[in-house]
Design a protein around this ligand. Sequence first.
Ligand SMILES: [Zn+2]
Length: 82
Amino acid sequence: MANTQKPMLTVAAGTRPGSCSACEATVFWVFTDQRQLVPVNCDVEGGLRPVRYPGKEPGDAARGAGKGIMHDCPNAGQHRRS
Ligand SMILES: [Zn+2]
């Protein structure tokens, strides 16, 4: 499943890293166009972590943005059970 091409999601500069509750991977919580909050893994091929502290110049926020793919948790089954 690792070779499935997933769309890259943009992570705004200044987004604080969190960790996945199931596997403790570092993830950045991002809203999709559908206003869904999803965990994004930036530690992937082609991914980039956002800068922690965007500068004061207007362009800096865009420059410091990161990108990644939606975290595909290997332990998702543990917290999806309901
Ligand atoms: Zn996980």
